[in-house]
Design a protein around this ligand. Sequence first.
Ligand SMILES: Cc1cc2nc3c(=O)[nH]c(=O)nc-3n(C[C@H](O)[C@H](O)[C@H](O)COP(=O)(O)OP(=O)(O)OC[C@H]3O[C@@H](n4cnc5c(N)ncnc54)[C@H](O)[C@@H]3O)c2cc1C
Length: 637
Amino acid sequence: MILDSKVPAGPLESKWENHKFNMKLVNPANKRKYTIIMVGSGLAGGSAAASLAELGYNVKCFCYQDSPRRAHSIAAQGGINAAKNYQNDGDSVMRLFYDTVKGGDFRSREANVYRLAEVSVNIIDQCVAQGVPFAREYGGQLANRSFGGAQVSRTFYARGQTGQQLLIGAYQALERQIGLGKVQMYTRSEMLDLVVIDGKARGIVTRDMVTGKIESHAGDAVVLGTGGYGNVFYLSTNAKGCNVTAAWRAHKRGALFANPCFTQIHPTCIPVAGDHQSKLTLMSESLRNDGRIWVPQKAGDNRAPGAIPEGERDYYLERKYPSFGNLSPRDISSRAAKEVCDEGRGVGPGGLGVYLDFADAIKRLGESVIRERYGNLFEMYERITGENPYQVPMRIYPAVHYTMGGLWVDYNLMSNLEGLHVIGEANFSDHGANRLGASALMQGLADGYFVLPYTISNYIAETKPQTIGTDHPAFKQVEQEVAERTNKLLAINGTRTVDSFHKELGKIMWDYCGMARNDAGLRKALELIPPLREAFWRDVKVSGVNADLNQELEKAGRVADFMEFAELMCHDALMRTESCGGHFRTESQTEEGEALRDDENFAYVAAWEYTGVGNPPVMHKEELEFEYVHLGQRSYK
Ligand SMILES: Cc1cc2nc3c(=O)[nH]c(=O)nc-3n(C[C@H](O)[C@H](O)[C@H](O)COP(=O)(O)OP(=O)(O)OC[C@H]3O[C@@H](n4cnc5c(N)ncnc54)[C@H](O)[C@@H]3O)c2cc1C
């Protein structure tokens, strides 16, 4: 299979502009003849659904929550990047592009990243016009703060609730189109399969989560904006519902899955407190603007933090990476935290924690300034841990947070399956092996508001309105398969809960495909997963019935997909014997313990083809070329 990225020719700076001009348009009167299926109504899906309906297409939009407003995007705390250079501190489109390619450890496509940086400025204008209440300076200008991997302040924010405010903006735009009848919204509706006819994505099959009814929907194009798969690890900062199902079912129908092993472990999360925990909580990276990270210099020093004098503390990020200090990128900061904990210098129960200390900032700026900047995050921390972070340092530890891998897409955000487009966290496209903070919201909204509306129109312009309806045998066949799978899950009636299987899978993934990976561990995971999957299908107990709201059944379907997907992640991680970004192979490190890339052998996107459950997947390569950012060892010193 030849993977054509369809990156337009010409200089980097004018690729997108020229491409927009060269792409075909659809006559306004013809747009209403086309139906686009949008799965997902988070920042990516919601913004795209609203924009496409605004253009005149008929949109059918699906989400599994009871309202688009509950998409996981609502959890995003810290902010959204844009190259506005309001601070006059040297930012530019080129610099945002450069930081993102370097931050991603040179495993993303230059042309996509440049376009992302280019449209970042439009996103802020669009959101402000919608009324998103970004923080402002005294004089009215939008305020900025810094995020990891950057030496400029380019992150726009609304306290620690940026995702929520952006989502309300996109949701309003979506609601307007629902009101106008251009978007038909299907809440509590889970896509359980993709229908492909003659190599083209023609529609989806869904299950109504309240009644259990299986339904088909046909369209001229299908778009997945279904988010990330971090919950394969069971414990993560993602909402409990986040899953891989839509992407995985599309993969099983032929869509290639790219770089599935690229997982982001976020350095600042509340440490795991016990065995019964089902969720981890992020403490936004924005806190690292003012918080200083440290551990005691001596291993086993268990004095209270206030009793450890300055001279006996190790501000290890400031020491190791003086240029970026506490704002070093996430992969680097996470590994550094693991390293000091492995040396026995971790703090808190079990020694798996480091301090994030605001004492200096409070002394310098006053408590009221810190409260204004991070009040809700401090409150959340205190509610969860019972400790007051204005008085004692926060304790933090890395946790699974984001997935850079996803379905493979070309420059037009179309997968290798004609008609199937993928946006937001669900695609693999822009973050390489490590996403920089505040770049996911930027990418989701870039895809939804500013890229897909152009590229999908170009696709539609070349396609005659769909004549295939849901009475086509292919739809009936997939409906039957979906129903059979659901019934099978209910009929097992075994002895173990869905969660117990999920937890066991998560532990395998964390131990062998987590923050550090090696050949032996990954092979071990590949031995452990198939019998666990088999046990799941033999012994899981899914209580309740199909024709009712049944969360056990929903979870079971998602965990069944994680059981298959986990194996693909391990194959990908095993094949990539280099370290890069979030993928740290212990066999491949520099003398100083930093990730050691192997550009000669691995400067490519690994796009995997499905060959059946338990069968080794087949890899296809998209070679990456770096014309503008020269490949080099990343340095944040
Ligand atoms: C705690 C936390 C804080 C974060 N903070 C930031 C931040 O400050 N800045 C930043 O840039 N990024 C941040 N991120 C990352 C960012 O929030 C996400 O990457 C981004 O919001 C994903 O948006 P999305 O639209 O792609 O997916 P989501 O918001 O996850 O939306 C997915 C949508 O797909 C639907 N869906 C999924 N599967 C199906 C299915 N099978 N059938 C039907 N519908 C389905 C869901 O219902 C939902 O509507 C944070 C992430 C977390 C976990």
